[in-house]
Ligand binder design. Structure first.
Ligand SMILES: [Zn+2]
Length: 290
């Protein structure tokens, strides 16, 4: 897979804006103790990128401006990536917190950025995090990142788009041997979601598939990331609240899977056996961490 981008119907959505040196700044403190970092962020950048910050700035009085905003529970690395994104429109140029060395955006950072972007209404950053997560999996389909699944499940809630992307990818291109190797570290909720997703997709989870079949699946998925997982400004009409929350209880502006499931077809005997196997695994208290 040589493509390094995901097609999007709204690629123009995050337009980085130029900020003059005299722009009004907001003090933002993120993290706590020795891990706290302080930024002076141009208010116009926050206003441009985030619905949540827009609301805060709209209601801001002089006190708030003086005190700034504090986020002790948030991850300074995710905030740093957010700042880079506001300037550049991408995550590729994220800098290390302590130096000017470009930071390789590792999967744990992508998950953290996704969580941050979902919580603070930064739809374009959220979409970019989804894209990067997918492209990272697509770049190494023989070594899917089982190690990241627990973090994904700890930082998202039911019906999260990131959870859906992870489970559907692992179910469809995860290899049986790797699954065997890793199943003890997998959260129970993930196994249950795999079971449900496989039943809905009428596919056999973790079945052996040859390399070209897996690559084909990834190429097709890449084409559909935008329609299945992105959130665009146009989608705001979807709900009475302006679309910022949705009826499926998802945590991340996502409306739930669309048109992905074929319904009403018989599930084969083999699929039933595989599903029963995963179901048993999910019941096993050894894996019942969630
Ligand atoms: Zn899109």
């Amino acid at each position: 897979m040589s493509d390094t981008s995901v097609p999007c119907i709204a690629p123009y959505m995050h337009v980085p804006i130029s900020v003059g040196p005299k722009a009004q700044k907001v003090t933002v403190k993120v993290g706590q103790g020795a891990n706290m970092h302080v930024w002076q962020v141009p208010a116009v950048l926050l206003w441009n990128a985030s619905g949540w910050f827009r609301d805060q700035l709209q209601d801001a009085d002089r006190n708030m401006r003086r005190r700034g905003l504090a986020f002790p529970e948030e991850d300074p690395i995710a905030f740093s990536a957010f700042i880079d994104f506001m300037y550049s429109g991408t995550l590729d140029s994220s800098r290390n917190l302590h130096s000017e060395t470009p930071l390789k955006v590792y999967l744990p950072v992508i998950v953290s950025v996704f969580t941050f972007a979902s919580a603070y209404d930064v739809p374009m950053l959220r979409n970019t995090a989804i894209d990067m997560f997918f492209l990272r999996m697509a770049a190494g389909p023989d070594n899917l990142p089982y190690h990241i699944i627990t973090q994904v499940y700890e930082n998202t809630s039911r019906n999260s788009s990131l959870r859906d992307l992870v489970t559907t990818t692992f179910v469809n291109i995860g290899r049986p041997r790797e699954f065997e190797h890793n199943r003890e570290i997998l959260p129970r909720a993930f196994l249950v979601d795999c079971l449900v997703g496989a039943a809905q997709d009428e596919t056999i989870p973790f079945e052996h598939r040859d390399r070209s079949t897996r690559k084909e699946w990834l190429a097709d998925k890449q084409e559909h990331i935008c329609e299945e997982y992105h959130y665009h400004d146009d989608d705001k009409d979807m709900g009475s609240d302006g679309g910022w929350t949705n009826s499926t209880g998802s945590d991340d502006l996502w409306g739930g899977p669309t048109g992905r499931f074929k319904k009403g077809k018989e599930v084969s005997e083999k699929t039933k056996r595989e599903l029963a196997f995963i179901g048993e695994l999910a019941q096993n208290p050894r894996y019942a961490r969630y």
